[in-house]
Design a protein around this ligand. Sequence first.
Ligand SMILES: [Zn+2]
Ligand SMILES: [Zn+2]
Length: 324
Amino acid sequence: MRCQRCGERPGRYRRPYAGDAVCGRCLVELVRDRVFREVRRWRWFRPGQTVVVAVSGGKDSAVALRLVLEYLDPLPGVEVIALTVDEGISGFRDRCLREAERLVERLDVRWEVVSFEEEYGFRLEEVVEETEHPACTVCGVLRRRLLNARARELGADVVVTGHNLDDEAQAVLMNFVKADLAQLSKLHPRVRPESEAVVPRVKPLRRVPEREVRWVADELGLPYHPDPCPFASSSVRSFFRRLLDEMEERLPSVKFGIVQALDRAGPVLAEEFLKGEVQRCERCGEPASDRLCKACQILEELRQSSSRLRDRASSSARTSSEER
Ligand SMILES: [Zn+2]
Ligand SMILES: [Zn+2]
């Protein structure tokens, strides 16, 4: 079948929600147009800004970085910095870091790396067993805090992340079924962070289906690591991913519809449910909904459980020496 847009090249990529199949070159143009439209719609970028792009070594952030650079190229005085968080996941993250490095070299962007080990004193894989929280929760909370803190130090006006349409639809649905409408409203591009200390985050790929992001990454020959995180499969999120994928087979535009609902309802929900009473974390001063922020709560739990583990280790050492 020929591409239904240009009629010249083979239509390799099917877009069920659009009812067509397009060639690689047309797909890249369509995705780029949609991303640029989204960026203009929400007025995310201005001349003179410092733009930090969170780069993981995966396909999403690779495409986000590449397209944001293209968009920002004509804007005067903009500095773009790629920022990678090394959570400490043996094998997986090392390969991601190598791909991230290849990417920033190819695209000629300043690159910064921050690690859990340097910041928190442990690697993610050392602590996942010691907490009752799912690995993705621990990782997400600690990564977000590190990303925000470093972006702020770098003088960032905005942080770009690679979240795609699938990620966004999953997040909306997860917050919806938890009836957490305050959290849901925060996903809206116009709802500002509750605190000056949080650098606004933007998601240029929020209307691009995940599979199209992968195709674009391949068409553009961007280096990325293809495997999912080894901790990801057990998460609640992967249940919602499967659910949405099944819904999509019946209703090809379901993910767009969910994000569209967010775009319409987000500001109203924020008005109604986001009370804007932000406390400061007693320990680190970051915004918190409790006495301690989520990151400090998790760090505190980890500190306690590892000292319990240490105690247990030393008492069992004592017991075995007494037995002898
Ligand atoms: Zn074409
Ligand atoms: Zn804190």
